[in-house]
Design a protein. Structure first.
Length: 408
């Protein structure tokens, strides 16, 4: 645990925090102004909402092009119909206005996430947290803002749910996870935390089943009733299963990038990459057994929340670059020595932001391995964490994002 900051050091700490937050905020404002009109994913979402309201199929590119004034639309809509809900209201605005509102909303979400992360782990200073929130993991948040993706919205829902989980509000946690999982589906695995006993609270298998059923209904029901019965569906639009390169810096994509030159065909390369990825997952789980056993015995909901996010991003085969937004605070929360002290956190922030700063300076990641730096960084940090043992776990903060009720 950090020792108390000396009174003489507090003005310097405050000044550094102000400088760091101001630097991140100014850069973010400039970045948003430059990219507000780009947002290719958001354009697709908006055209898909227009198509749905016009009685067309939002999953067909030709229908999107029709509502876009016959301008070319290259990216299909790839989420369940319920994911259109946030964009139905925005579709009433002119497209450029809607894009500005969307990116502004997500900047507000990012700021809210930083505040939430700080409340969940008050040890972490504003300076490293704010800088990593913008530039960490190859600028994951910047990838999201430029593309106009839903990753920040998804991360906000998941972290709001995890904050509720820490406070013991399992029902609110389940609702937040279900809502966040109606976009990219995979985060529904966080519902497994309902089966974990924490702080005297027993597992809630009934709530788990109810939440899972609600999620399935949200995803499937629009295809069974209403206009969605005649839509072609999002599964046909998923495209390449495992994109390779900076856009998807996952371990699975890394294996595929190196398997392709060695295999005689794409199917062989994909099978080899899949086998290597499965071996990697099993190795990471084996290396984590003692740490996870200690986490189970400790029954600390904060540690479980951070562990769940860390494991999710460790083994997710298709997180995409903006998916690492979810991981941003975990590096500090689980950081082992020497990264669990103020100077150590600053050093860790420099490591996590180095590639994001290089990208912002338009210095490309030329080497194949460099394109997968986020996955490699997190793998190394995770191994350091589980090797360090119980001492690396975050301690309970004096406050939480939600006031906790009495134990169930």
């Amino acid at each position: 645990m950090d020792t108390a900051v000396r009174p003489s050091a507090r003005p310097l700490r405050v000044a550094l925090d102000l400088v760091g937050v101001a630097f991140a905020a100014v850069y973010l404002a400039t970045f948003v102004a430059r990219n507000v009109r780009l947002q290719w994913d958001a354009r697709t979402y908006l055209w898909a909402a227009h198509a749905a309201l016009a009685g067309l199929d939002p999953y067909r590119l030709d229908h999107l092009a029709r509502v876009a004034g016959h301008r070319p639309v290259s990216l299909p809509f790839v989420y369940p119909p319920v994911a259109l809900l946030p964009f139905l209201g925005l579709s009433a605005l002119p497209i450029e206005t809607a894009l500005a509102v969307w990116i502004g909303f997500k900047v507000a979400l990012l700021a809210g996430l930083v505040v939430l992360w700080r409340r969940l782990d008050p040890r972490v200073e504003w300076l490293p947290l704010a800088v990593v929130a913008v530039f960490g993991f190859n600028g994951a948040a910047l990838w999201d803002l430029r593309a106009g993706n839903v990753a920040l919205l998804e991360a906000a829902g998941i972290w709001a749910g995890l904050a509720a989980f820490v406070a013991g509000r399992r029902g609110l946690f389940a609702a937040c996870v279900v809502a966040a999982s109606t976009f990219k589906l995979a985060p529904v695995v966080f519902l497994l935390l309902l089966l974990v006993p924490t702080d005297g609270r027993r597992p809630r298998p009934g709530l788990f089943a109810l939440a899972l059923g609600a999620w399935l209904a949200c995803v499937a029901a629009p295809f069974l009733i209403g206009p969605g019965r005649h839509w072609s569906g999002f599964l046909t639009n998923l495209g390449e299963p495992i994109p390779v390169g900076e856009s998807n810096p996952s371990v699975c994509a890394l294996f595929l990038a190196y398997a392709r030159p060695w295999m005689g065909s794409e199917p062989l390369a994909q099978r080899a990459a899949l086998a290597a990825w499965i071996a990697f997952v099993l190795t990471m789980l084996a290396a984590s057994v003692a740490w996870l056993r200690d986490t189970w015995r400790g029954a600390d909901p904060r540690r479980w929340a951070y562990a769940a996010v860390g494991l999710f991003l460790l083994i997710e085969p298709r997180p995409m670059a903006y998916g690492y937004v979810l991981l941003l605070p975990v590096s500090f929360a689980l950081a082992p020595r020497p990264f669990d002290r103020p100077l150590g956190r600053l050093g860790l922030a420099l490591i996590l932001c180095a590639q994001g700063w290089a990208r912002s300076a338009k210095i490309p990641a030329m080497a194949t391995l460099a394109q997968f730096t986020p996955a490699l960084l997190w793998t190394a940090l995770w191994l350091l964490t589980v090797r360090a043992g119980p001492a690396a776990a975050p301690t309970r903060p004096p406050t939480s994002a939600f006031s906790a009720p009495a134990p169930e």
